[in-house]
Ligand binder design. Structure first.
Ligand SMILES: Nc1nc2c(ncn2[C@@H]2O[C@@H]3COP(=O)(O)O[C@H]4[C@@H](O)[C@H](n5cnc6c(=O)[nH]c(N)nc65)O[C@@H]4COP(=O)(O)O[C@H]3[C@H]2O)c(=O)[nH]1
Length: 648
């Protein structure tokens, strides 16, 4: 060291030592001196200088000079610690800027793009060079409303800030929704120097919002509008019709015997059938009409802009009902399903939504009880009938305790000998106001309300009591068959009821037979088999009723401990006029006999029917031809007078 001014002392440690050795790393030193020797001068060589103790960033400039006759190096030190700090911060911010998931655009005061980050380049598909110097207007998609853009400009100018949803156009001309935040950057004097736009692509969020919205308004299984939307659409259709003077049709569509499909083939087949029905309904209506699913197998169709009610009737009879009857290809099955439809028309049958829905429902109920597979238009009488039905259902609660229930008995005749085999007990309700009510009018309501369990228990006790009474009257053991409902079977207490009955009445269990329909048997097969075995273990007989109408699986049929098959009446009636019915009947007889079951034909109305059925191989016959169901007193008279002697 030949000379150092006062300021330079701080950069040097001990004056005896070579400052360059302690000041710089060997690599930096070799670069520095190489440059000095090559050029004779070094300007602003940036280095982390350790010669003064604490390492300090510095710019060193040096010249080779002649000093007092010797070659020397003149160097100056400029501390740049603060600059380096700022530089490293800037580098960090640059990295943050580039790595940000938000799209960022930096613009000058004239709104010309200075730079954009990687996220923006990725979303917009533009390169930086294509953007720099341009105003960002061309990045906005045409579907942004002029009002919205105007609000952006005005708010940004006034408050220096704007945020909102905007549609951004990519280079490929597609657009995407983005949440944009615009900020004006101001200097200390409040003058805007830059604008920064940060935006987030919200396509995914919008898609999930749309999905949630869709789920809230649509039925998950079929994709149809749900009850909520159906009501909104009906309200809108009524409002529109009020202005235009047109009509609105409200159709309640309910599938017939859908439960059988579900029970027999499983819920996945039932679901697929509902989807197929939905598609068919959608194909039948015009654009602007609404098809919705209320739940289960219930659909509501709203027809807009109808000229007159007859047009709806024509649509139903000519298109909807026939289209439903067409087979549905579902999971390898060819399924046939029909529907019952109730129709209410605005303004003819009501001028508000609730009334129309209620009236369409009442009409559908009538279509169901009127034999299914057709449509009914609402009439004021239906309302009355529905009201009566409601009263009937509430009266039913007290029918048993008021002793209004009675059993009728219909003889079952041995096909070969013509002797009485036994009787089927059939319930009637002797209503104080409405007279004798047939089971079809109240059993469904009893099943729905669960009352069937106590009513059914009453039937079992009464039939057993009667059997004992006949025996005590010297008429011997007359076999009785008793209908069981699915609800009774599922209720769990059936075996206990039967044990109690056996304790209370001295019946011969083998002379008491329970009739179950196919659909009951096929519902929840494993539990049913267990219950049937429990009934069988008590000694009772079991038969399968209305055979041929359901979806019996032959595989299961062998596993049920059955004694008898009763062929459904629909095959028996017109048996001598219909070769198909005869063929089905013969097949069922063959099947029954193969399985070791006796076969009964019910609904025999004429001697000719009886003849054919006898020849077809039926073991037992039952029907109006022999006797109608009758109260027990009348049955005794019939038996005394009848040509049907008691079986030996
Ligand atoms: N057209 C015609 N019909 C005939 C002929 N012979 C008998 N019938 C009728 O056919 C029905 C046969 O009973 P089901 O199939 O067990 O059908 C029964 C059964 O499913 C149900 N039911 C009756 N009593 C009870 C009961 O105590 N408990 C339960 N759970 N259901 C019952 O109500 C249904 C209807 O019973 P009912 O009205 O008594 O009607 C009876 C009977 O009166 C005929 O030659 N021609």
């Amino acid at each position: 060291m030949l000379h150092a001014n006062q300021a330079a002392h701080a950069w040097q440690g001990s004056l005896e030592r070579d400052p360059w050795v302690g000041g710089m790393s060997p690599q930096a030193r070799s670069r520095f001196f190489q440059r000095l020797s090559d050029l004779g001068a070094v300007d602003e060589f940036e280095v982390c200088w350790s010669g003064g103790g604490t390492p300090t960033w510095a710019l060193i400039s040096a010249r080779l000079i002649d000093y007092q006759g010797q070659r020397a190096v003149l160097s100056t030190f400029t501390p740049i610690n603060k600059m380096k700090l700022m530089e490293s911060r800037l580098e960090l911010w640059a990295k943050v800027f580039e790595a940000s998931a938000e799209s960022l655009i930096v613009m000058d005061a004239d709104m010309r793009i200075i730079t954009v980050n990687q996220a923006f380049r990725r979303h917009s598909l533009y390169d930086l060079v294509e953007l720099v110097g341009k105003r960002p207007g061309f990045l906005l998609a045409p579907d942004n409303s002029p009002e919205q853009l105007d609000s952006l400009r005005r708010t940004l100018a006034r408050r220096g800030y704007w945020q909102g949803e905007i549609s951004v156009q990519r280079k490929s001309m597609e657009s995407y929704p983005a949440w944009l935040v615009m900020n004006a950057v101001r200097d200390l004097d409040g003058v805007t120097t830059h604008f920064i736009a940060s935006s987030l692509d919200i396509s995914e969020r919008k898609a999930s919002e749309r999905q949630i919205e869709h789920m809230a308004h649509h039925d998950a299984l079929t994709g149809l509008a749900n009850r909520h939307v159906s009501k909104l659409r009906l309200a809108a259709a009524i409002a529109q019709a009020r202005r235009s003077g047109e009509k609105v049709g409200v159709l309640f569509v309910d599938l017939d015997r859908f439960k059988h499909v579900n029970d027999a083939l499983g819920h996945h087949v039932g679901d697929a059938l509902l989807q197929s029905v939905s598609k068919r309904l959608l194909q039948l209506v015009r654009e602007g009409d609404t098809v919705s699913r209320l739940g289960g197998d219930e659909f509501v169709v709203i027809l807009n802009g109808i000229g007159d009610a007859q047009a709806i009737a024509a649509l139903l009879d000519a298109r909807l009902i026939p289209a439903m009857r067409e087979p549905h290809q579902v999971e390898g099955n060819e399924l046939y399903v029909s529907c019952s439809v109730g129709v209410a028309v605005y303004p003819d049958h009501g001028d508000d939504m609730d009334t129309l829905m209620r009236h369409a429902d009442a009409a559908m109920y009538q279509a169901k009880s009127g034999g299914r597979d057709h449509a009914r238009m609402f009439t004021p009488q239906m309302q009355e009938q529905q009201l009566q039905q409601l009263h009937l259902e509430s009266d039913l609660r007290h029918a048993a305790e008021r002793q209004e229930l009675v059993l009728y008995y219909q003889p079952r005749i041995d096909a070969r000998s013509g002797c009485l085999n036994g009787v089927e007990s059939l319930i009637r309700w002797q209503h104080p106001q409405h007279g004798l009510i047939a089971p079809d009018s109240f059993i469904p309501a009893a099943e729905e309300s669960g009352l069937i369990v106590s009513i059914g228990a009453w039937v079992i006790r009464e039939a057993c009591r009667q059997q004992v009474a006949w025996r005590e009257a010297g008429m011997g053991d007359i076999a009785v068959s008793i209908n069981l409902s699915a609800i009774q079977l599922k209720s769990g207490g059936l075996a206990a009821t039967l044990r109690e009955v056996l304790r209370e009445f001295a019946v011969t269990p083998g002379q008491v037979e329970f009739e179950l329909t196919e659909s009951i048997l096929m519902d929840n097969v494993d539990d049913t088999i267990a219950t049937l075995h429990a009934i069988k273990a008590l000694g009772f007989a079991l038969s399968i009723d209305d055979f041929g109408t359901g979806y019996s699986s032959l595989n299961y049929l062998c596993r049920f401990p059955l004694d008898k098959l009763k062929i459904d009446m629909s095959f028996v009636q017109d048996i001598h006029g219909s070769p198909q019915n005869l063929a089905v009947t013969k097949t069922i007889v063959g099947l029954g006999h193969t399985l070791g079951l006796s076969v009964t034909a019910e609904g025999v109305e004429s001697a000719a029917d009886a003849d054919v059925l006898r020849h077809a191989g039926c073991d037992e016959l039952q029907g109006y031809y022999f006797a109608r169901p009758m109260p027990q007193a009348q049955f005794i008279v019939w038996l005394a007078q009848s040509a049907a002697p008691r079986a030996a």
